[in-house]
Design a protein around this ligand. Structure first.
Ligand SMILES: [Zn+2]
Ligand SMILES: [Zn+2]
Length: 253
């Protein structure tokens, strides 16, 4: 659906033309951004909240999007930066180097936190503005209001279905941006900010779970650990809902 700008460049090693990876290919869940010097790589998921946030809030697509993501990555353990053009090396050459250096191509670089926090912080105000501004200026009805309007016969079935769909779309966008915002925050200050901005009131307790899962993908802290740690600061009802959720995913015992 998305058109990628095929910006071909010549490989510095074999001189063949190749196209830098600008995002996941059709049907792929993620794509790899390689280091510009060695063969370490970071996988960025199609649904990575930061990626979604940059799309939704800044409207970035294709090359601009992948460059923005690349900018947010911290540097490789070898000291070089991760880059969509793999430092001018084509996939074939990267593959060769991987085999020669016997560094298994299937091992991702063990990065608990692949993101550069300084770069991430720069995005924070934009994401926050979107989250806090999303309520104002929208004469968009919530689900309850939609149902009432439909049941009162003030809305046709088709119009109602369309409105519900667009509501779901808006909500899922908002959750993605909240997750992206969470990734830009200092984890130690994150949940105090969640309280300050009344995000639980706005989105329900499920937003805490969404934030915890964003944290798992950004700093590798398991969702359950985060929920356990932060549990105390929420009200009784929220705590109860979180416990129910934890029992569900905890399973087994
Ligand atoms: Zn090459
Ligand atoms: Zn490297």
């Amino acid at each position: 659906m998305t058109k990628t700008i095929d910006r071909e460049i010549n490989c510095v090693l074999c001189k063949d033309a190749y196209t830098p990876v600008l995002g996941p290919g059709e049907g792929e869940k993620s794509y790899r951004i390689y280091c510009s010097s060695c063969v370490n790589w970071i996988a960025v998921g199609r649904a990575n909240p930061l990626r979604l946030g940059l799309r939704i809030v800044l409207g970035l697509r294709d090359e601009a999007l992948s460059l923005a993501i690349q900018t947010c990555l911290s540097s490789c353990s070898c000291g070089s930066n991760f880059s969509c053009d793999s430092g001018g090396r084509c996939q074939t050459c990267i593959g060769k180097i991987e085999r020669e250096t016997k560094s298994s191509s299937s091992t991702n670089k063990d990065f608990t936190s692949p993101w550069n926090s300084d770069e991430m912080k720069k995005l924070q105000p934009k994401f926050l503005e979107y989250i806090l501004g999303s309520e104002e200026g929208a004469e968009n009805l919530n689900l309850k209001q939609l149902i009432e309007k439909f049941e009162a016969g003030k809305m046709g079935a088709e119009e109602y279905m369309e409105a519900v769909e667009s509501l779901q779309f808006r909500e899922s966008n908002q959750v993605s941006v909240v997750q992206a915002w969470a990734m830009t925050m200092d984890p130690e200050e994150l949940f105090a900010a969640v309280e300050d901005y009344d995000l639980v009131e706005r989105y329900g307790s499920r937003i805490i779970v969404s934030i915890a899962s964003a944290l798992e993908s950004s700093i590798g802290r398991p969702v359950l650990t985060t929920l356990n740690n932060e549990m105390d600061q929420f009200d009784q009802i929220t705590q109860q809902e979180l416990r129910t959720f934890m029992r569900k995913i905890g399973g087994g015992f």
